[in-house]
Design a protein. Structure first.
Length: 208
């Protein structure tokens, strides 16, 4: 009887340890199989590139240009392959930012854009790929909340990439530029984007 109880306890401890080991630095468990890539407290699990400013304020992740309109990026230290990710954010305009995913290098990545582009005309939720420009464009500005919070979902499985913005599907393409990489956020250069601010409330990930 004692041996049986010890076996049950050991199995439980092993399951708990394995579950804990699945989370990367800074990540926290959420519901329905999702994990929080941003913990709401600090930048654990993230690394900077460039000279933009990244900080946590009132539980939100905030990015702005650095000194002299300096640009930069913020990336997860971990890499991911197939996933469903949900981003809750707001922007202060004019803004040119976005959610990097499957990022391997400046030439090999995807970005779910947060912007207002003039030529061609497109808005947040547009799918960008370096060297290929826009793989899919959101041309409906009415689905973007310029003043409040927005919810962007990205699903990447194999070469199939889909994006939804505030419940509206804005991208559904097949492309094989990169099949895995980091998540990240971008702060674009240029004095015209001096007032920009990207504010992230939540970034939830479910690996597929």
């Amino acid at each position: 009887m004692v041996r049986r109880l010890l076996t049950i306890v050991c199995i439980g401890v092993l399951i708990w340890l394995v579950g804990c080991g699945e989370l990367g630095p800074g990540a926290e468990k959420s519901g329905a199989g999702f994990v929080k890539l941003f913990n709401g407290k600090d930048l654990s699990g993230w690394e900077t590139s460039g000279n933009a400013r990244w900080f946590v304020e009132n539980g939100n992740l905030v990015g702005t240009q650095g000194e002299n309109n300096a640009p930069g990026d913020l990336f997860t230290t971990g890499t991911y392959k197939d996933f469903l990710v949900t981003l809750t954010y707001r922007a202060e305009w004019p803004c040119n930012s976005g959610l990097w995913f499957r990022y391997q290098s400046p030439q090999k990545a995807y970005q779910a854009d947060i912007l207002e582009y003039k030529n061609p005309v497109c808005y947040s939720g547009t799918l960008y790929c370096p060297g290929k420009m826009f793989l899919a464009m959101n041309t409906d500005k009415s689905i973007v909340d310029r003043e409040g919070w927005n919810t962007m979902k990205v699903r990447a499985e194999g070469d199939h990439i889909q994006i939804w913005l505030n419940g509206h599907k804005v991208a559904d393409v097949h492309d094989d530029t990169t099949d895995s990489g980091k998540f990240g956020f971008q702060i674009h250069p240029g004095d015209q984007f001096g007032p920009m601010k990207i504010v992230v409330r939540e970034l939830l990930l479910k690996e597929l």
